[in-house]
Design a protein around this ligand. Structure first.
Ligand SMILES: [Cu+2]
Length: 288
């Protein structure tokens, strides 16, 4: 009895994680270290730059620690009672000036490349304009008929049965939708105070400033659901204006964009139907 209960729980857990991993990619995970999984070329670059820096700072820290330990042992009063009187050593001074410069140049090359690639937007397939408000986001799709919608966080009380109820304080009622592999230009502004539109898995974080139009871009290379949050402290409900982006195949995006021109608040039905079909395909496959 007990064994079968454990087996049942294990099977349920496996099913749950299989379903979850099929769709939700860019989200925080319990006990996780490091970044959320990368799903864009820019985030891949951020990843490898972070890896390079980690190696460099670890090597520097270990080297300085070793030097300290050596000096503390070698030149303590007991083993070195008579201190030397010299105060300069040209070789050592040249080395400790030149080596840090070389390290900084080594860091600067990938750093400037990453800054450039983030800043210079390649030819975009389409534009999304997002406006930060206290405390939600307005989205416009000017290249798809100019429809517009406001995306609010789903409150705890409404999470049950919500088609995209996934993560508390991260799910929105009307998500952003983009096609997989499309280069998306994001224009970011704000209507009241400074906000910041950030999605970790895309390596995107751009301030929305009233009276100013900032630009950034991303190319989501993997289908799935990605979450982000406002990253500029903007007032009382700063923590409750999340960002939810669905990356779907081009034809699903086209159907959604068409439905959005009619009624953007009804268009998420297209996504729900798509996910239902995925789920039943997966159930069919596992039943075989
Ligand atoms: Cu905000």
């Amino acid at each position: 009895m007990r064994f079968s209960a454990i087996l049942g729980a294990l099977a349920a857990f496996v099913c749950f994680t299989a379903a979850a991993s099929a769709t939700i990619i860019g989200a925080p995970a319990d006990g996780a270290l490091g970044f959320q999984p990368s799903a864009s070329p820019i985030m891949d670059q951020v990843y490898s730059f972070h890896g390079l820096l980690l190696i460099i700072i670890t090597a520097i820290s270990l080297f300085v620690l070793a030097l300290l330990l050596w000096v503390m042992g070698r030149y303590r009063e007991k083993s070195h009672p008579e201190p030397k009187k010299f105060s300069h050593n040209t070789t050592v001074e040249v080395v400790w000036t030149v080596v840090p410069i070389l390290i900084l140049v080594l860091i600067a090359v990938p750093s400037f490349r990453l800054l450039y690639d983030q800043d210079v937007i390649p030819e975009a397939d389409f534009t999304i304009k997002t406006t930060g408000n206290q405390w939600n986001w307005t989205y416009e799709y000017p290249d798809h008929g100019g429809f517009e919608f406001v995306s609010n966080m789903v409150e705890d009380a409404d999470l049950d049965g919500h088609p995209f109820a996934a993560l508390r304080n991260l799910t929105t009622d009307v998500p952003v939708v983009v096609p997989v592999n499309a280069v998306v230009r994001v224009q970011v502004t704000a209507s009241d105070v400074i906000h910041s539109w950030a999605v970790p898995s895309f390596g995107v974080k751009m301030d929305g400033i009233p009276g100013r139009l900032n630009e950034t871009w991303f190319q989501a290379t993997q289908e799935g659901i990605y979450f982000g949050q406002c990253s500029e402290i903007c007032g009382l409900r700063h923590a409750f204006m999340p960002i939810e982006v669905h990356v779907v195949p081009q034809e699903i995006f086209d159907a959604w964009a068409e439905a959005s021109q009619e009624d953007p608040y009804d268009a998420p039905q297209v996504l729900a139907a798509y996910y239902d079909s995925l789920r039943s395909d997966a159930q069919l496959a596992s039943a075989r």
